[in-house]
Design a protein around this ligand. Structure first.
Ligand code: MN
Length: 275
């Protein structure tokens, strides 16, 4: 845990970047209010969301620890997360909270602050908001099997549009990022499709005050959530997804010895968890 505040045992999608712990409740409210893309509602992101159909089709939730998309997702907002995911091939999953889901791209080389680095970003299926702070291990043999860390997170603003969803549909999205590692202005531009029909985009950092020549994501390998590397998470995953439990109970944090673990066992697969 390393000084990290104990986290709720259940679904943690609402936990904001840790700098706001001091005034948690007010920070949360103001974030929600000023969100430029705040049209999402709990209903839109519910388990039945048609936007998540492809995400669900690919996964067997009786086997994978990934979140399946619960009926009560996090509050709407403009968060982003980048996960470093060592699956069959290393890639960075870049996700923008938008309209109740995490609109996602897979970036093989990871984002860069170098405006000369035009990164391939493959547009992939939307992910449920529950995935926001997922860090752990997906079983070998499952879709995306491998280890995942929360490589960066924060908030973003969509630029030059009041409808980020439409901007993505139109193939050009400009954003300003306020993360731990990623700062400043980026553009995502759709360039075409690969043979499987997946959209290929480029992610490019603009020439702003954060532009840094040669900036390589691989030089910053630690999780912003836990400080751990992918290797450390793989060796000792502290998040285990219990796919047979309600989504609010499913993500267990075993990183420290706490009485609530036993209490959760006693609770069984039904009832409500109160931290
Ligand atoms: Mn991935």
């Amino acid at each position: 845990m390393r000084g990290r505040k104990p986290r709720p045992i259940g679904y943690n999608g609402v936990v904001p970047p840790r700098k706001s712990t001091a005034k948690k409740s007010t920070a949360k409210k103001s974030t929600a209010k000023k969100s430029p893309v705040k049209k999402a509602t709990a209903k839109q992101a519910a388990a039945s969301s048609p936007q998540l159909a492809e995400y669900k089709r690919k996964r067997d939730f009786s086997k994978t620890p990934e979140p399946s998309g619960g009926p009560e997702p996090a509050a709407a907002g403009n968060r982003f997360v980048v996960q470093r995911h060592r699956a069959r091939a290393l890639h960075y999953d870049f996700r923008l909270e938008m309209d109740g889901v995490l609109v996602s791209w897979a970036i093989p080389k990871g984002p860069s602050l170098d405006p000369a680095a035009k990164r391939l970003a493959v547009h992939v299926e939307d992910h449920p908001l529950e995935y926001f702070d997922f860090e752990g291990v997906i079983p070998h043999g499952e879709y995306g099997g491998g280890d995942v860390i929360v490589w960066d997170w924060g908030t973003y603003d969509a630029l030059y549009t009041d409808n980020a969803v439409q901007a993505v549909a139109d193939g050009e999205l400009h954003i300003e990022m306020f993360g731990t590692k990623l700062h400043g202005r980026f553009v995502f531009i759709r360039r075409g499709q690969d043979r499987s029909g997946k959209e290929q985009w480029l992610m490019i950092h603009k020439k702003d005050e954060y532009a840094t020549a040669g900036w390589d994501a691989e030089n910053f390998p630690e999780s912003v959530r836990s400080g751990r590397t992918n290797d450390e998470v793989k060796e000792n995953p502290d998040a285990v997804w219990r796919s047979d439990a309600p989504v609010a109970l499913a993500s267990l944090d075993f990183s420290t010895s706490r009485p609530d673990i036993a209490a959760l066992d006693a609770l069984g697969a039904k009832g409500e968890w109160e931290f």
